[in-house]
Design a protein around this ligand. Structure first.
Ligand code: ADP
Ligand code: MG
Length: 666
């Protein structure tokens, strides 16, 4: 067994845990060491029992004199013990942990850490952490104790024991960073850092360890990007011919002029296509910045070179919307655009196939796939492309995202991709008037909405509270209930529709088409539903319990309206009276730029919130932070230096290879 052994192969009992451990990102023995505590409990103060005082958080060591289970009413139990160390005797109790008297017996030497309380004039210790003392060593008590992220069936205590065992067994962790790098960046060595992040002697040691480990984490991310970029460029392709005249003709028939940002992005893309390397570009642009048209122009270039294009979106609604846009634009140019849904039969006569991600694996026979466009997603994995390559295809890839992440962060997260940013909005857009609405103004707001609909034929989105990360029955139920309430009590004379993720795709399309065709005035929807839908006539967005959303998310939702020249509105309902929350939400009234809001959220709530777990699960950093711009810059520079001579550092190379396997999405 070595550090890279998968946990499942270590022993039978580990094998049982392997599934749960993978949820924590633990796949190999080494990963135990990289499972970083999220906080510590300071149990380092050890006291004689005779000297303990009320309210102290301390550790006592002694011999168990008595221990028993007591049965209380309603199946509740109480565990009572007495421990002595020669200076005194202390009463200890736990609640509902009947297994403790089985684990600890009279006569055992134990160590107990917890709070001393005064109970009917007597000092007692309530619910302490406990362990048997063997060879005078303790893991869970009597020191600064690490508290780990847990998952069902895996407790922090269990993890702590495993980490301890691994550290004990692999005392000498070999450093993979060159001494020169450590010296230059004033970093401690790896063994020290890992030992002190788990079992520190002081909190200063933790800080020092974090410096080293976050440097490593960010450095590895950069190195991994460089490696992937290099691999991507190993393949050569035949350069495409770019017929500027034809492309300009298409641009000319658009009902609007491209923004400078769109023109730039098109330039960058066409340059990629005319080189002999496959394109791997990310097009980042705020909601409504006009990414689709850039992708449509790219699609046209693919057609002009005799290639087919796969145009993919995360949901069927979005793909049918893209289908309409592309079909309108491209079919007059004799380009065959086809929509593939879960119900479609096999079709193979097309130039552009539009559909969800299933498109490229299942249904569709590509004869000459030249371009893959992926909307509203950050990553089209290296391995997805490897699969395509196995099928003899080596397409150019354009991914699009509206996730407003600051440029430095984007360059780190997606360092293996080339980046184009649409940082200018199309002309003529009016800022969406945004108001924070407290409970006292709710009725007034409903009345105002009713009038807007009746007098000016406005159309409204009402987004229900964000309850769960992913769309599940709880969220759907809440939306249904709100829909009933609004239909019966608030807007009885208006037409309401309900949209949620558990509807069949045909039903979703019907609701959405009814909304587009103005058969519905108010569309009540769950928050996770359909980030990209484009209903230009909609002008009012009402968001319930706005405080549950990040600013970037609110901005994305707000971006569903304001897509025409009509004045649009966003109403943020909240019942929070926390001044910080209100201030955060208030910034929506003044700031209209996605990246700016994202940056603000980054400051106010930290990166975990923006790049939430569902969308960007692969980028949960363990120690480092994407808000640490200085660290990002420093490690980037170092990565570029090291990458040039990576062959000299086999252990570092191994780290990168392992990382490559682990970070893979899906
Ligand atoms: P997103 O970047 O959010 O995907 P879309 O591509 O859906 O944005 O574009 C939003 C709307 O703006 C669409 O209705 C589109 O036709 C329109 N649009 C795109 N580019 C321009 C432009 N340069 N000028 C005016 N309107 C534009
Ligand atoms: Mg879009």
């Amino acid at each position: 067994m070595d550090l890279n052994t998968p946990v499942g192969l270590v022993s039978r009992s580990y094998k049982m845990y392997a599934g749960r451990l993978s949820k924590l990102g633990i796949f190999t023995i080494y990963d135990f060491l990289l499972h970083i505590p999220f906080r510590y409990e300071d149990y380092s103060l050890i006291s004689k029992i005779g000297q303990v005082q009320a309210e102290e958080l301390i550790t006592v060591k002694g011999k168990i004199e008595k221990i028993e289970n007591r049965y209380l009413r309603r199946w509740k139990t109480l565990q009572k013990a007495q421990v002595t160390d020669g200076t005194g005797t202390l009463d200890v109790i736990w609640f509902n942990q009947p297994y403790i008297p089985k684990a600890i017996k009279v006569g055992d030497e134990v160590s107990l850490s917890g709070k001393i309380e005064l109970d009917k004039n007597k000092l007692i210790m309530k619910s302490p952490d406990y362990e048997l003392v063997v060879d005078n060593e303790t893991i869970h008590t009597g020191r600064i104790v690490p508290i780990y992220p847990e998952t069902k069936g895996i407790s922090s205590k269990w993890l702590r024991r495993q980490v301890y065992k691994v550290l004990d067994q692999f005392k000498d962790l070999q450093d993979y960073l060159p001494k020169e790098t450590l010296r230059k960046n004033n970093l401690g060595d790896l063994s020290y850092a890992i030992n002190s992040i788990h079992f520190p002697k002081s909190m200063q040691e933790v800080e020092r360890a974090k410096e080293r480990l976050s440097f490593d984490e960010m450095l590895k991310l950069h190195l991994l990007s460089l490696k992937r970029k290099k691999e991507w460029k190993k393949d050569k392709v035949n350069p495409w011919k770019i017929d500027k005249n034809k492309i300009n003709e298409l641009i000319k028939i658009l009902p609007f002029e491209l923004t400078d940002a769109q023109k730039n992005a098109v330039e960058e893309i066409l340059r990629d296509l005319s080189s002999n390397l496959p394109m791997n570009r990310l097009l980042e642009g705020d909601v409504g910045s006009g990414k689709t048209i850039v992708a449509a122009i790219t699609t046209y270039a693919s057609f002009l070179n005799g290639f087919q294009t796969a145009f993919m979106a995360p949901t069927e609604i979005l793909s049918s919307q893209h289908f309409q846009t592309l079909d309108n634009l491209l079919s007059p140019l004799e380009i065959k655009v086809k929509l593939f849904t879960s119900g479609s039969k096999k079709i193979d006569d097309f130039d552009v196939a539009v559909g969800t991600h299933a498109l490229i694996y299942k249904k569709v026979q590509f004869k000459k796939l030249g371009l893959v466009v992926i909307d509203e997603q950050q990553r089209f994995g290296v391995e997805q492309r490897a699969k395509l390559r196995l099928k003899g295809k080596n397409p150019h890839i354009l991914t699009m995202t509206a996730t407003p992440i600051p440029r430095t962060v984007a360059l780190t997260m997606y360092g293996d991709l080339d980046l184009s940013i649409l940082d200018k909005m199309p002309k003529g857009r009016i800022n969406i008037k945004t108001w924070l609405v407290p409970p006292s103004k709710r009725e007034g707001a409903y009345k105002w909405i009713k009038e807007k609909i009746e007098r000016e034929k406005d159309q409204v989105f009402i987004v229900c509270p964000f309850i769960e990360e992913s769309e599940n029955m709880i969220t759907v139920k809440a939306a249904k209930k709100e829909f009933e309430r609004l239909s019966k009590e608030v807007f009885p004379n208006l037409k309401l529709g309900l949209l949620h993720g558990k509807l069949k795709s045909g039903e979703k399309n019907d609701v959405l088409n009814d909304f587009k065709n103005k058969k519905i005035d108010i569309l009540v929807s769950t928050p996770v539903v359909e980030v990209g839908i484009d209903v230009p006539a909609a002008t009012i967005m009402l968001i319930e319990e706005a405080e549950r959303f990040g600013l970037a998310q609110l901005h994305q939702l707000r971006g569903r309206v304001g897509r025409s020249s009509r004045q649009s509105y966003c109403l943020l309902f909240t019942s929070s009276n926390n001044p910080l929350t209100l201030r955060r939400l208030k910034s929506m009234e003044k700031i209209y730029s996605g990246p700016e809001l994202a940056e603000l959220d980054l400051k106010l709530r930290g990166p975990g919130q923006i790049y939430g777990t569902t969308q960007h699960g692969t980028f949960q950093l363990k120690v480092a932070s994407f808000s640490d711009i200085e660290l990002i810059a420093k490690t980037k520079k170092e990565a570029e230096i090291l990458f040039e001579k990576l062959h000299k550092y086999p252990k570092l190379t191994e780290q990168i290879t392992l990382g490559d396997k682990k970070v893979s999405p899906d």
